[in-house]
Design a protein around this ligand. Structure first.
Ligand code: FAD
Length: 574
């Protein structure tokens, strides 16, 4: 059951497992552990309920933008000035609601490549880090014939989170996109299913949407049938401050509980078996450091006693840069037509309310191209290829029948008659850090994502732009395209770089802040079993543990981490 107040919890605050964060990963773990009726589980979520939050239910991007403005649904973080982005300070969205970022993300469901996961297995020395098919592949909202748009053999229909193809079509756009794969097959080969492990090429986007509504870890893994389990308690408005009840057995430290705040009152929840940190790639390292696990050179000056000197906490974090471009077109069958016309907007909303069909059942993008840089690119003279293997893309073009493309945290340009591409470098080499500058756990952490600091990333972004220009320059677009909304062709490379640095935003795909590494590695935060190195009974299960960013959006990989993490816990205790 989901509780709003500690006072309503039926038991004492002692459970077998305490999970910190009811986000994307945390709810998966809560669900899987409570399959065993002998385990009791408490989830502590700082944020609010997802129930009835329309902006989180309706997939359409205009609603999502509402969620990302400063409000109670987000932690409202900002980055430090970003050197690679001309010193700009950016909002850094992290959900503050049940379901975590799966309740307010753009719903792209992209698994990455088999190469990515093989590399995790290699890096950790644990072959178990392969991927899993656990989604519930569902019909699109409009029940159109999906033959030729995906490969059923690489999907599961028995999983928990719904995944579907676009449930609404913008016919001219879709036709032109697919026609481009025929006209320029060498650059944009059609790929039947980008989630097969080999995503290179261009195909139809799959999203975490079912029945025309967002499918998050809160609506799926905490659906009524699961959350009513007597051994599962989820407490909202419970912000964890730090880990407490430190003890030492045979030279190994362990924490017996977590201290949390609700309505300005402090409580301690105790774990008989394990504490699981699922507070996300910002929240998890923050809690670790406030609990004395981190670099002693950071903790000492702040007056935090170092329990374990683990300098990798919060280091080497990675996000993917996102730069949006758009072209004016002479047809008005685009998302912009709905956004710019109140009558059409209200009609679309009425249709969604009536039947969960129509333009509001998709976020914005309908197709994605995953591309590699030319192997002879000059950039490889100074950089080794950062991709995990030959089937791994370096860049992504998220193609949308509307201005500006998918813009997490931004919103679309919103001018009628536009098509857009969200350009992303999915194997960036820039790295950043999450650290703290105060001993008060209620103070926000210091977020430096380091976007575009490495020259590989700006090079790859320029290449992504060239591919987008090539794409919309294909013969089929000739009669449709009026021109780019910004002239990015007839300018110098320096001027282009300046524009890119001034307009790039983070994809919000942060990973690596509590990275897993091989057991005997001198770096890293968790072992391949996700237990924190040198601490007993403390696991991290969320996007923080991914040591390198998958060449994809990160929720699918986070679900994989969570499913595997839950399996590992079960193996230990059952
Ligand atoms: C705006 C946006 C758009 C995105 N779009 C996509 C997309 O289209 N496709 C995709 O694949 N990925 C996308 N992502 C990324 C993806 O959603 C995340 O990588 C993934 O959801 C992270 O899951 P997580 O479990 O690690 O963390 P989260 O889902 O963030 O969960 C962490 C939870 O812990 C809670 N928490 C944090 N600190 C505390 C504390 N001290 N006490 C108690 N609770 C705490 C938080 O409130 C949150 O609920 C997007 C992300 C954002 C923000």
């Amino acid at each position: 059951k989901v509780y709003e107040s500690v006072a309503d919890l039926p038991k004492s605050l002692t459970y077998d497992f305490v999970i910190v964060g009811g986000g994307t990963a945390g709810n998966v773990v809560a669900n899987r552990l409570t399959e065993n009726p002998d385990f009791s589980v408490l989830v502590l979520e700082a944020g609010v309920s997802n129930e009835g939050v329309l902006d989180s239910i309706v997939p359409f991007s205009t609603f999502l933008v509402g969620l990302l403005e400063p409000n109670i649904f987000d932690w409202n973080y900002t980055t430090v000035p970003q050197t690679g982005l001309n010193g700009r300070v950016l909002p850094y969205a992290r959900a503050h609601m049940l379901g975590g970022c799966s309740s307010h993300n753009a719903m792209f469901y992209t698994r990455g490549t088999a190469d990515d996961f093989d590399r995790y297995a290699r890096l950790t020395g644990d072959a178990g880090w392969s991927w899993d098919n656990n989604e519930k592949f569902s019909p699109p909202a409009d029940h159109h014939d999906t033959k030729g748009q995906f490969d059923p053999t690489v999907h599961s229909t028995r999983g928990i989170t719904s995944v579907s193809l676009s449930g609404f079509q913008w016919p001219i756009f879709s036709h032109h996109v697919i026609q481009t794969t025929r006209e320029l097959p060498d650059v944009f080969p059609f790929n039947l299913d980008m989630n097969s492990g080999k995503p290179l090429g261009l195909g139809w986007l799959q999203s975490t949407i079912g029945g025309g509504m967002r499918s998050s870890s809160a609506t799926s893994y905490l659906a009524d049938e699961f959350v009513r389990r007597e051994n599962l308690h989820v407490l909202l408005h419970a912000q964890v401050l730090d880990l407490v009840n430190l003890s030492n057995t045979k030279g190994e430290a362990s924490f017996g509980g977590v201290r949390f705040l609700q309505d300005s009152r402090q409580f301690t929840a105790k774990a008989r078996k394990e504490i699981i940190l699922s507070a996300g790639a910002v929240g998890t390292p923050n809690i670790l450091m406030h609990s004395g696990i981190g670099d002693r050179n950071v903790l000492g000056p702040l007056g935090i006693r170092t329990v374990l000197h683990l300098p990798s906490v919060g280091q080497n974090i990675t996000d993917q840069p996102l730069f949006s471009v758009s072209w004016s077109v002479n047809f008005n069958q685009t998302l912009d037509s709905v956004n710019q016309n109140e009558t059409l907007f209200n009609e679309a909303f009425a249709q969604w309310n009536r039947s969960h069909t129509g333009p509001f059942v998709i976020e914005s993008a309908t197709h994605v191209a995953w591309l590699r840089l030319d192997s002879h690119s000059s950039i490889f003279e100074n950089h080794t290829d950062p991709s995990a293997g030959p089937h791994t893309p370096h860049i992504e073009l998220g193609l949308a029948p509307g201005g500006g493309g998918p813009v997490p945290g931004g919103g679309s340009a919103g001018v009628p008659g536009h098509v857009g591409a969200g350009l992303s470098v999915v194997t960036p080499l820039s790295r950043g850090s999450i650290t703290i500058n105060s001993s008060n756990p209620l103070d926000p952490p210091v977020i430096d994502i380091g976007l575009l600091e490495n020259d590989f990333d700006i090079f790859a972004m320029r290449e992504a732009l060239k591919r987008a220009q090539q794409f919309f320059g294909a013969p089929v677009w000739r009669d449709a395209i009026i021109g780019p909304t910004q002239d990015l062709e007839n300018i110098t490379t320096d001027a282009l770089d300046e524009i890119i640095r001034n307009a790039t935003i983070p994809s919000l795909h942060l990973v690596g802040s509590a990275a897993m590494s091989a057991r005997d590695a001198t770096h890293g935060v968790v072992n391949p079993d996700l237990l924190v190195k040198g601490i007993r009974g403390l696991r991290v299960i969320d996007a923080s543990v991914l040591p390198l960013i998958p060449s994809a959006h990160t929720q699918a990989a986070t679900y994989v981490v969570a499913e595997r993490g839950a399996d590992l816990i079960k193996q230990r205790w059952m």
